[in-house]
Design a protein around this ligand. Structure first.
Ligand SMILES: *[C@@H]1O[C@H](CO)[C@@H](O)[C@H](O)[C@H]1NC(C)=O
Ligand SMILES: *[C@@H]1O[C@H](CO)[C@@H](O)[C@H](O)[C@H]1NC(C)=O
Ligand SMILES: *[C@@H]1O[C@H](CO)[C@@H](O)[C@H](O)[C@H]1NC(C)=O
Ligand SMILES: *[C@@H]1O[C@H](CO)[C@@H](O)[C@H](O)[C@H]1NC(C)=O
Ligand SMILES: *[C@@H]1O[C@H](CO)[C@@H](O)[C@H](O)[C@H]1NC(C)=O
Ligand SMILES: *[C@@H]1O[C@H](CO)[C@@H](O)[C@H](O)[C@H]1NC(C)=O
Ligand SMILES: *[C@@H]1O[C@H](CO)[C@@H](O)[C@H](O)[C@H]1NC(C)=O
Ligand SMILES: *[C@@H]1O[C@H](CO)[C@@H](O)[C@H](O)[C@H]1NC(C)=O
Ligand SMILES: *[C@@H]1O[C@H](CO)[C@@H](O)[C@H](O)[C@H]1NC(C)=O
Length: 825
């Protein structure tokens, strides 16, 4: 009805453009909804969607990522709109390259997928400053995300611009485009209370403003209980089966199904098992869900300085179904693809609005969807974390449910999917060193020092009689901000002191009279106290403090006001009980490194800078390194292995591939080989990288690398050893699968690779998991030869799992299965 009104309205306004209207009418798609379905062109739909953030990959990767989303059985691709990417300086817009959001959604459309546009324009997303451009912070009178006229005006200007661009490109569904849903604000309900009445007025204004944009598709507000009129509130989390929108006539939508998680430098890396993600999705549709979106489907990379903070890593892999490098993450991608296919077979019934729940003994719930002509579609869920459930549905058959699983029964009498039974391939990935110069894999380095303390004297940009917040002083033009002052010592009893610096983070380097005092950072929170003994001389002493940000905060009420840098300090010289407070001294400020200003990262060598080639320094803080390299052969994804380096930033052909931080290691304990997916997921459950750097490999998208000579530049902040740095390619080394009788086992290596060995194949009752399979009591003698015949030398193979194909397993007490491990070369 909503849609019809809009069409009639247009009709009346544009009668004179009758032909034109007709054609848009013909190609347009109407989107409406009721409690049980999104209704798209009259068809009742359930939707599986996945988040792919366009600036977290390169345009050259987009078609393949979108194709993998389509092949994975998604109906839609979702993205936020990243304000800081599009308006880095007030009024100066960028919609090119990674910022070409229009091209991204056109590719989504060309692939035959729907789009979900979450404008925000606040995005959170572990993205720098939540997606707000830093200039916004310094607009006089502004208060973000509340009923503040200055902010609302900026939000309105940007949001209107985006909507108008999408309209011009005909991207909204009624115009024939892919966009079926739009979002305004983002998770505001989580923090609204802290804004009092102003918060309520603001979200009301957001709703009215959104409606005034007349996009022709429904608006959503995630995590917004009691959403304003005509805004549909939606759920984010690990599970949303118990969620219901505040409007009883609105569809139940799960906008962020966290498939894993982000990481901070120093964290162990979280994983969420495929079985548990599938459990969350199946439980959601069992409970009447209409739309579910994986956050993330492809996480990608926080290139440049785009990661949020403090301390969000450059990799945003997220354990997503497509990994950071654009490879399918198996078995997660395949297990969810099979789930989408199973759910689609019930779409008609799932959207019919007629379901009943029946509580069986042993805690199992049977949910039956029916339609008016007697069609049936069922879910059986077993929420027990430790007990298998045997269910007898009489004439509809007997079912066995592993703990923490949901089975999907077509016709309510045939199991087509169980969330805990994974038939999809498991891929083991590895990193292959590439020979750069071939003679040796060692890059040939040149280097130049970043001037440290003493040389800086005249170069400071401005002074202030206080310790400024880094947001105000540097407006995020760089991670780096120098603060310097001097102190006159007249008394010999004031020469042996402690320098005490209270900083709001994120990293601090200190120098007194040219002598380094070392550096420090603040573990998980940004702030810390830097305290060092110092020897001063009589007369003038200089103090240089280099404050470094590692991503600005992106989440929470008033996150944008979190102090960063020295921000008021205090900075003190302490002598026993006596203190000289330097906080109100005259401080000089210099934004950015000299090397950044001189664009040393650019392949276009500045003539003023001398890159030295001899005696390449090791463990030397604040040093620039440069090397040339040839494109690694083949098409496999390329990464930079930065072992030996400590912390800094890396550029390939002048483009920043992000910050690196190799010297901060994750806690040594808490990781386990075998992760138990059963029970409510929490990020501590399935961790990897214990005792290792949080991120050791840095994605260099192939499209950044050209034929011939390429340039790699590193800025090393703490002091590292570049001699071990190397490029590597990412490959699937082993492909494994385990499939019961009656199914089909499929294996594939990456394109350009084939199966060179069947390391294990057993049709019977083999045990173990990928790379650790072993046969047990029954096995067909021809298992291995049949699999070898089908798979050796192939990139992809499929093996029907049956006695007829594999020979008799001889198992008398169990249904046999086939387990295979193939080596990809
Ligand atoms: C709902 O299901 C019940 C039981 O199968 C059936 O009697 C009824 O007609 C169904 N209603 C609709 C609207 O399909
Ligand atoms: C009811 O569901 C069955 C099975 O999906 C389907 O064949 C039939 O067309 C449906 N009937 C209606 C009226 O939708
Ligand atoms: C199974 O889990 C339940 C709680 O979910 C617990 O009470 C019970 O002791 C567990 N049983 C076993 C055998 O671990
Ligand atoms: C490296 O050099 C060896 C011997 O010169 C040659 O056989 C090999 O193909 C080269 N490899 C690459 C990747 O260029
Ligand atoms: C400075 O103080 C430290 C203890 O705080 C002491 O060990 C050292 O000897 C002193 N140095 C001088 C030159 O007084
Ligand atoms: C640092 O300064 C802030 C603001 O004055 C204060 O709240 C905090 O307690 C100080 N931290 C330490 C460790 O002194
Ligand atoms: C520091 O203060 C304490 C108590 O206020 C006093 O006992 C001590 O003697 C003082 N030390 C110096 C070096 O002034
Ligand atoms: C390097 O110089 C070329 C030619 O002047 C220019 O097209 C290119 O954009 C420059 N690259 C960078 C990263 O500045
Ligand atoms: C390998 O499998 C065996 C037998 O199933 C098991 O005992 C062992 O713990 C497994 N090892 C690993 C590393 O998973």
């Amino acid at each position: 009805m909503y849609q019809l009104k809009r069409v009639l309205h247009l009709f009346i306004l544009k009668l004179n453009l009758f032909l034109c209207l007709c054609s848009s009418w013909a190609s347009g798609t109407t989107v409406s909804y009721d409690k049980n379905a999104l209704i798209i062109d009259g068809q009742r739909r359930i939707i599986n969607s996945g988040s792919i953030h366009y600036p977290r990959s390169l345009p050259e990767m987009w078609p393949d990522l979108i194709k993998k989303a389509k092949d994975g059985g998604l109906d839609a691709v979702e993205s936020y709109v990243f304000w800081d990417v599009h308006e880095p300086r007030k009024g100066q817009y960028d919609f090119t390259g990674r910022a070409n959001i229009i091209k991204f959604f056109k590719l989504v459309q060309q692939a035959g997928l729907y789009g979900i546009l979450r404008i925000g324009p606040y995005v959170s997303a572990e993205w720098n400053y939540g997606g707000f451009p830093m200039w916004l912070h310094n607009v006089p009178g502004i208060q973000l995300r509340t009923n503040n006229e200055v902010y609302k005006k900026e939000m309105q200007t940007f949001t209107t611009k985006i909507v108008n661009m999408f309209k011009e490109a005909k991207l909204f569904a009624p115009q024939g485009g892919p966009i079926i849903l739009t979002q305004i604000e983002n998770g505001y309900g989580n923090i609204m209370d802290q804004y009092g009445a102003m918060g309520k007025e603001y979200i009301q204004w957001c709703a009215e403003f959104a409606e005034s944009l007349k996009v022709g598709v429904p608006w959503i507000m995630c995590q917004q209980h009691d959403a304003p009129k005509n805004m549909i509130d939606t759920c984010n989390g690990y599970y949303c089966d118990t969620f219901n929108p505040s409007d009883p006539n609105a569809p139940k939508m799960f906008t962020e199904n966290f498939v894993g998680g982000p990481t901070k430098w120093g964290d162990r890396v979280p994983h969420r098992p495929a079985e548990d993600v599938a459990f969350a999705v199946a439980s959601f549709f069992q409970a009447g869900g209409v739309l579910q979106n994986y956050y993330m489907y492809h996480g990608g990379t926080n290139f440049g300085r785009t990661s949020g903070g403090p301390y969000i890593t450059t990799s945003y892999d997220y354990d997503a179904p497509i990994n950071e490098y654009g490879m399918v993450n198996q078995p997660k991608w395949g297990h969810l693809r099979n789930l989408h296919a199973a759910l689609k077979r019930g779409e008609n019934l799932l959207t019919s609005g007629n379901s009943t729940n029946k509580q069986l003994d042993n805690g199992v719930t049977l949910t039956t969807y029916t339609n008016s002509s007697g069609g049936r579609f069922c879910f059986l869920s077993n929420p027990s974390t430790n007990a298998t459930a045997n269910v007898d549905l009489q004439q509809d058959g007997k079912y066995n449910l592993p703990p923490w699983s949901v089975s999907i029964l077509i016709g309510c009498n045939l199991e087509i999917y169980n969330t805990a039974r994974v038939n999809a391939q498991t891929s083991i990935t590895g990193y292959n060193p590439t020979s750069i110069n071939n003679a040796s894999s060692v890059l040939s380095w040149s280097w130049t020092p970043e001037p440290k303390t003493a040389q800086r004297g005249k170069a400071f940009e401005f002074n202030a009689p206080k310790l400024l917040d880094q947001k105000e002083a540097a407006v995020d033009a760089s991670d780096y901000l120098w603060y310097s002052t001097s102190v006159d010592i007249k008394d010999a009893s004031w020469t042996n002191l402690t320098l005490h610096v209270n900083t709001s983070g994120d990293v601090l380097h200190g120098y007194v009279n040219g002598q380094p005092l070392g550096f420090q950072w603040g573990n998980s929170g940004g702030g810390f106290v830097f305290e060092r003994p110092v020897s001063l001389k009589l007369g003038k002493n200089t103090i240089y403090l280099l404050s470094v940000t590692v991503g600005f905060p992106n989440y929470g009420a008033f996150f944008e006001l979190t102090p960063v840098g020295l921000a008021g300090g205090p900075v003190q010289l302490v002598n026993g009980n006596a203190t000289i407070d330097l906080s109100s001294n005259s401080w000089s400020y210099k934004v950015a490194l000299n090397g950044e200003l001189a664009q040393l990262y650019s392949p276009n060598t500045s003539s003023k800078v001398v890159w030295q080639t001899n005696e390449v320094p090791i463990l030397s803080p604040l040093t620039w390194y440069k090397a040339r390299f040839q494109a690694p052969a083949g098409t496999d994804p390329v990464v930079l292995d930065l072992q030996g380096m400590k912390k800094g930033q890396a550029w390939v052909n002048g483009i920043s591939i992000g910050r690196y931080w190799m010297s901060v290691e994750a806690k040594a304990d808490g990781c386990s080989e075998n992760c138990n997916y059963r029970g409510n997921y929490s990020p501590e459950k399935c961790l990897t990288n214990c005792g290792e750097p949080t991120q050791s490999w840095y994605h260099v998208p192939r499209s950044l690398i050209k034929k011939g000579v390429n340039t790699l530049v590193l800025f090393e902040e703490f002091g590292g050893d570049p001699t071990k740095v190397n490029f590597e390619t990412v490959v699937v080394t082993s492909a494994c699968a385990k499939v019961p009788q009656g199914g089909t086992l499929e294996l594939s290596c990456l394109s350009g690779h084939t199966m060179s060995e069947i390391r294990f194949a057993s049709y019977g009752n083999p045990q173990g998991s990928c790379r650790n399979f072993s046969s047990r009591t029954c096995e067909s003698a021809t298992s291995k030869s049949v699999v070898q015949e089908a798979c050796l030398g192939k990139q992809w193979c499929s093996v029907p799992v049956s006695d007829a194909n594999l020979g008799s397993s001889g198992c008398t007490f169990t249904v046999p299965w086939l387990a295979v491990e193939a080596v990809c070369q």
